[in-house]
Design a protein around this ligand. Structure first.
Ligand code: FMN
Length: 211
């Protein structure tokens, strides 16, 4: 009889351990989206890849190339994604959009935006994506950077282009956001946007946004 009294707590402890193990396996399966990962010891590392930093991926895209890159970045870094849209949409005709963009650039015009962010203060790292227009970021992105206060935040620029790379966009971002840290930007040829995943992930590793 005494032996049974001894055995009860041991069996109970055994059942608790099995229960905890089952719970851990369940959490690991949930983590397969890549946001959570296994640590070196085999323990589940529940820290999101970007640490406690809150990330926003904001972009403007006229014909879809920059949207493609924004989605690829978002898949890797997580956080929120936001499409910047102008109130007046740009013409789809290439010559017409070039003409309007040139006029806006020459006059310093910043087009009004249709989409707004309420909680910009909650983000620590803001990826900002744009097509290169006349050697710099497309005008709606200038409006976006002027409308909000990015002081103290880290800005991570990325662009798509037709051959000129980042152009003068980094200098222009620095002028609009003088109190932000600006990391090395990524430039992708528009025609390569759909197959840029390797370049995008190598760049994300290089700039060490993921801890
Ligand atoms: C108005 C306008 C101006 C452009 N100016 C440049 C330029 O100066 N340098 C360049 O390499 N590409 C230039 N491009 C090409 C775009 O940067 C390129 O096609 C980009 O991938 C488009 O991105 P999106 O599909 O996200 O709009 C220009 C395109 C447009 C419509």
């Amino acid at each position: 009889m005494k032996r049974i009294y001894f055995a009860i707590p041991i069996i109970a402890a055994f059942l608790v351990i099995i229960g905890m193990q089952a719970q851990r396996n369940f959490t690991t399966a949930e983590a397969e989206d890549g946001v959570l990962k296994m640590g070196k010891t085999g323990e589940l590392d529940t820290k999101p890849d970007s640490g406690t930093k809150k990330i926003l991926v904001a972009y403007y895209s006229h014909t879809g190339n920059t949207r493609e890159i924004a989605n690829q970045i978002h898949k890797i870094v997580g956080g929120d994604i936001f499409e910047i849209q102008a109130v007046t949409t740009y013409p789809s005709d290439y010559e017409e959009v070039k003409k309007r963009a040139r006029q806006e650039l020459d006059s310093g015009y910043k087009p009004a935006l249709k989409t707004k962010i309420n909680n910009i203060n909650s983000y620590d790292i803001v990826f900002i994506g744009y097509p290169i227009w006349w050697g710099t970021m497309a005008a709606p992105v200038k409006t976006f950077l002027s409308e909000y206060d990015f002081s103290g935040k880290t800005i991570v620029p990325f662009c798509t282009h037709g051959g000129s790379g980042l152009g003068r966009s980094i200098t222009d971002i620095a002028a609009l956001c003088p109190h932000s840290t600006i990391l090395d930007g990524l430039a992708v040829w528009g025609k390569n946007a759909k197959t840029a995943q390797n370049d995008v992930s190598a760049w994300v590793r290089r700039i060490k946004v993921k801890e």
